[in-house]
Design a protein around this ligand. Structure first.
Ligand SMILES: [Mg+2]
Length: 308
């Protein structure tokens, strides 16, 4: 059987069975060391899949650190150290130096450090980052409780719009278009939410594959139903302008567009923090699946083996 017949998530289920693992499936793996809870995570950027060699290399470096920090933040944690494993073609050294400058900048921003790695020769550039973090209280995807509010951070759909704009390879972009492209190239992990998540969230994950797919994963892991309301889903002014200009549906971008690296989490509605960029988009109910305005919501986000 080919992996594409199972899809990315069916494949992971098969691996879990072989490893007889009851813990695999959250954004990070928590481990107890002495009296500390450390978090382990890894994520990879692959040439021509996640980035092109025409992208600014500092952005590629920034992003590969950010996507790992995003998983740690989703678990209520903060980053400590990273290892970088490279599959490296015989390419310009200067390009890779810029990639590492981007990683360094990101590490300075998130207050963590690259402390080692590995290099192996290959056909296409692949940057795999393993990251170690720490939390006072780990939050996974399984704890959503009936009566919880469903919250998201920031705005959704911007990254996908930015990617489409990038692929248009236009000579001139408008300001709002450049801002969307920037969101795709240089996402920022929501480290401002880390304390809020570890203090209040019952379940949490980052939105890397698109809200419709990621909400489905959270609902399944927690054994609950999520009822979402489309008018509550936060959309940026830039995305609205983009959709007006190119005659697109902003809701489609928010539900299906991946790589926003915003957070999806649940806790009691009263814990909404007005000082954080967060909005309640729904409620946790008894049952299963994700519903939008009362209708079942198909997961239409990103699956590595079922692409478009
Ligand atoms: Mg994640």
């Amino acid at each position: 059987m080919k992996v594409s017949e199972l899809g990315e998530f069916g494949f992971i289920e098969r691996i879990k069975k072989i490893l007889e693992s009851k813990v695999i499936g959250d954004d990070t793996a928590p481990i107890r060391v002495g009296d500390r809870t450390l978090l382990l995570t890894c994520d990879v950027l692959l040439q021509d899949k996640h980035f092109k060699l025409t992208y600014p290399p500092t952005a590629v470096g920034w992003k590969v650190i950010s996507v790992n920090v995003s998983d740690l933040t989703a678990s209520g944690g903060t980053p400590l150290y990273a290892l970088v494993s490279l599959v490296l073609p015989d390419m310009e050294v200067e390009f890779m130096e810029e990639v590492y400058l981007g990683m360094k900048k990101a590490c300075e921003f998130y207050r963590c450090e690259v402390v080692g790695g590995n290099v192996s020769k290959g056909e296409r550039l692949c940057i795999d980052v393993f990251m170690l973090g720490e939390t006072g209280r780990f939050v996974g995807r399984r704890g959503a409780k009936r009566g919880d509010g469903v919250f998201v951070s920031g705005t959704l759909g911007d990254s996908r719009a930015g990617l489409e704009l990038l692929l248009m390879e236009k000579k001139n972009y408008e300001d709002f278009e450049l801002r969307l492209i920037e969101k795709h190239l240089r996402p920022t992990a929501r480290v401002d939410f880390s304390k809020h998540i570890s203090k209040y969230a019952n379940a949490s994950m980052d939105i890397s594959d698109g809200l419709s797919s990621d909400a489905q994963k959270l609902a399944k892991a927690s054994g609950v139903k999520l009822s979402l309301f489309s008018e509550r889903i936060p959309l940026s002014q830039e995305l609205l302008t983009f959709c007006k200009k190119y005659r697109k549906d902003p809701l489609y971008y928010a539900l299906s567009g991946g790589e926003d690296y915003e957070l999806l989490f649940t806790h009691t509605p009263e814990k909404l923090n007005p000082f954080l960029s967060m909005v309640q988009i729904g409620v946790v109910e008894e049952g299963e699946g994700v519903y939008l305005d009362g209708s079942y919501l198909e997961p239409t986000g990103f699956d590595h083996f079922k692409v478009l």
